[in-house]
Design a protein around this ligand. Structure first.
Ligand SMILES: *Cc1c(COP(=O)(O)O)cnc(C)c1O
Length: 463
């Protein structure tokens, strides 16, 4: 399988190069040249086996099948449920797909546990070493750290805004005791952290000296790993081509829902998708009114969805444009200048209306929904998941008699205050994290200053 850039001006690459590159050098995102059909899964006995089979066409030219199968086995052995992502019924035709049984209790583990192992394998084969740098406001940092903490060929440095993450989120990063993991509390905001990371990448001598790399949500390998559960979940509920499932997806960067679209394209029995957003509703406005205008980001109870520019939407846009990279690049350039993306109405009616519905769920509705689901089913759900189930109900999606599956993207104990406010119940951390607040923290306070941060990275990695 070869990969092309959504902006049409970067060289075609194979899987391993795409994995390490992240972004294409024309600023675009990598996409496979074609969509393979799903394999026969009747002989697969576990999630890891299904994962290896479903992803095989994307990697098989570059990674031997037995190696890839082993990496999948190891990645999904870190999940504390035999089903990896179990389905839990919360209504007559309604299920949660629990994606939070991984090490850091959020759906990003599903991809990052595999991506960390893929990085380590490819770097070892090539005799290379990289320094992954990233900024986080919470979930991504801990999932990335956990994904690479045992890698021999990767150092990771994660910047977070001092005093602005939750205690659980910070401790999930700062209590990891591995020599290749470095956390930095920056005296600034999340935007300052992101600007520092961008500035490090733009400092070419530094970038080359440190062999900087990233594992952000635009990395193709993350999108690829997320295809699997759409296939396994829809099949295990008995969905068929004529009677496909509906998935409701709490959405930020559009990565998770894009993976669902790919699963459907490959032949998974999926009817359509519900894109759930919080008050940061650019995607809901686009899907419902062809209005993709960026607004100021508003903080909400579901911080991992507090995003105004959904970077992975570019991949669907590329498909909507008949895979014309020049046209895609032009639209995105205009979006950057004007803050508004223009798409032809007939593209919306061909690509969006038949497959995507959307709803915006604000914080008040989110709390009411956490309470409703608890009363109706006894399940505690987190605020991100609640936007998904609330969207199902606001669109009356269960009326069609199809299985409706909401992706439960975070464990309720990651957002205990909101859950307690809604239900009166304080959700406990699972056993493996029960002593999180007793573990020693290791972190470094650094000023909001590029030279200081670069000096820190250089020293930390040299060790
Ligand atoms: C990252 C994240 C999301 C959003 O996923 P995207 O792929 O960015 O759309 C939703 N919920 C939780 C808990 C997350 O961590």
């Amino acid at each position: 399988m070869r990969y092309v850039s959504t902006r049409g001006a970067a060289p075609e690459l194979g899987f391993c190069d795409v994995l390490l590159a992240g972004l294409a050098n024309d600023g675009g995102l990598y996409m496979p040249t074609e969509w393979p059909s799903l394999p026969d899964l009747s002989g697969t006995r576990s999630y890891a086996e299904a994962a290896a089979a479903i992803m095989s066409p994307f990697v098989s030219d570059d990674i031997p099948a037995d190696v890839f199968a082993q990496l999948c086995t190891e990645a999904y052995a870190t999940f504390r449920h035999d089903a990896v992502v179990p389905l839990v019924q919360i209504g007559a035709d309604e299920w949660l797909l629990e994606q939070f049984h991984g090490p850091t209790l959020a759906f990003k583990d599903v991809a990052l546990q595999l991506v960390g192992r893929l990085f380590d394998y490819v770097l070892a084969e090539r005799g290379q070493r990289v320094t992954i740098v990233g900024a986080t406001s919470g979930d991504t940092g801990s999932a990335a750290i956990d994904g690479v903490k045992s890698c021999s060929n990767v150092d990771i440095v994660i910047l977070y805004p001092q005093g602005r993450t939750s205690d659980v989120q910070r401790r999930q990063m700062t209590t990891v005791d591995s020599p290749n993991v470095h956390t930095v509390a920056v005296e600034g905001t999340f935007d300052d952290c992101q600007d520092l990371v961008k500035a490090m990448f733009n400092d070419a001598p530094f970038r080359e000296r440190m062999n900087l790399s990233a594992v952000n949500s635009i990395n193709w390998a993350r999108v690829m790993a997320q295809i699997v559960y759409y296939v396994t979940a829809s099949r295990s509920l008995g969905a068929t081509a004529d009677h496909g499932a509906t998935f409701s997806v709490p959405t930020g960067n559009f990565g998770n829902v894009l993976s669902g679209w790919i699963a459907r394209t490959m032949g998974a029995p999926i009817n359509d998708f519900i894109v759930a957003s919080n008050s940061n509703d650019i995607l809901t406005r686009f899907i419902n009114a062809n209005d993709m205008t960026a607004r100021e980001v508003m903080p909400t109870l579901s911080p991992s969805m507090d995003i105004q520019v959904s970077s992975n939407f570019e991949r669907l846009l590329f498909e909507m444009n008949g895979r014309d990279g020049g046209q895609t690049a032009e639209q995105l350039q205009r979006f950057r200048h004007t803050g508004s993306l223009q798409v032809e109405p007939d593209q919306v009616s061909a690509w969006i209306t038949p497959m995507f519905r959307a709803a915006r769920i604000d914080d008040t509705q989110t709390l009411a929904e956490i309470r409703r689901v608890y009363r109706a089913s006894g399940e505690l759900i987190d605020p991100h998941t609640a936007t998904g189930t609330a969207a199902v109900h606001s669109l009356r999606a269960t009326d069609a008699g199809r299985p409706v599956i909401t992706l439960a993207t975070a464990h309720p104990a990651k957002f205990p205050d909101a859950v307690q406010r809604a239900t009166g119940v304080y959700p406990a951390l699972p056993a493996h994290l029960a002593d999180l607040f007793e573990r020693p923290e290791r972190t470094n306070l650094v000023a909001n200053d590029l030279a200081d941060v670069e000096r820190f990275v250089e020293r930390a990695v040299a060790r």
